[in-house]
Design a protein around this ligand. Structure first.
Ligand code: PDD
Length: 286
């Protein structure tokens, strides 16, 4: 049981956060979740690069980010003997007296991490999931993988209370993404997903799906689509580091009187394009 603390492995129980850590007080920091398959980090460079980008957007100085993230993740996988699992890494702006503006430039970012075993979610991938449609109450910089996750936390909890696996989010009638996943629909034989702008996280799995779709000669477009287009879609799925590719079976909505309505996507069973992509993804990670 190990933790990463400032590029070094320490016993998990010795890893402690200062009460004036800005990640703790303001959510002032960034994180990544990297998948491990068969003891090997999956798409780790892409995660490290995205972390570097998130840091840059928040103006947190962290030299040699890619190198340190890859090294730290590898150290955790080996120390914990992870076969199938995840590595969680985060970097906060550091420890300083609590004022909102940036602290002195002498402040040192705090880099921490841990690794844990996590089996692949085979039954959800095979049978599909139910999702809850909610308004997207998050901020307007979801392209940054920041530690501020209250919008996601509240949405995911509501989904759970409705017996749903994930919350999918809508802003002014346009679907953005899931609370911790990206969202695709299949309409007229084409894969559609929200463009990578400030309203969504540009998922590493999402980008991998673009590549797999191109290889399989499937049309794939970054365009916005409405709630009605989702209900009329032939297929829909969420994707992410821990979710992989999960078909959506039904979408639940809640009205002002708290009544639930259920919409079946396509036939209610995983569709052909979703299955093609799942098989292609499975070959990558085996
Ligand atoms: N989710 N959108 C949001 C809001 C996310 O939190 C995530 C990641 C994704 C998918 O990104 P990626 O494919 O890079 O994981 C999209 C967590 C980390 C997860 O799926 O484990």
């Amino acid at each position: 049981n190990w933790a990463l603390y400032q590029d070094t492995l320490i016993p998990r129980q010795d890893a402690k956060i200062d009460i004036e850590d800005r990640g703790y007080q303001f959510g002032d920091g960034v994180y990544e979740v990297i998948r491990v398959y068969n003891g090997k980090l999956f798409l780790a460079e892409a995660h490290a690069k995205r972390m570097e980008r998130s840091l840059k957007e928040l103006r947190i100085p962290f030299p040699d980010c890619t190198k340190r993230v890859l090294k730290g993740a590898q150290m955790l996988v080996e120390a914990e003997g992870i076969v199938d699992g995840i590595v969680y890494l985060q970097i906060s702006r550091g420890i300083a007296p609590r004022v909102h503006q940036f602290p002195s430039s002498a402040t040192i970012p705090i880099f921490t991490g841990s690794a844990s075993s996590l089996p692949r979610p085979f039954s959800y991938m095979d049978q599909g999931i139910e999702v809850l449609l909610l308004p997207d109450i998050r901020w307007l910089r979801n392209d940054i993988k920041s530690l501020n996750l209250l919008g996601a936390v509240l949405s995911k909890q509501q989904a759970k209370e409705r017996g749903c696996y994930e919350a999918i989010l809508e802003r002014a009638g346009i679907l953005t993404e899931g609370s911790s996943s990206n969202l695709f629909i299949v309409s007229r034989g084409e894969l559609l997903t929200h463009p990578a702008n400030n309203l969504i996280l540009n998922g590493i799995t999402r980008l991998e799906i673009f590549r797999l779709a191109a290889e399989a000669k499937l049309a794939c477009k970054e365009v916005t689509y409405t709630v009605d287009e989702l209900f009329a879609a032939d297929e829909a799925f969420i994707c992410g580091t821990t979710t992989e590719i999960m078909p959506i079976r039904t979408v639940t909505t809640i009205d002002a009187e708290n009544r639930a309505y259920h919409y079946t996507i396509g036939t209610g069973a995983p569709g052909p394009l979703t299955k093609t992509l799942q098989k292609a993804f499975d070959r990558l990670v085996k």
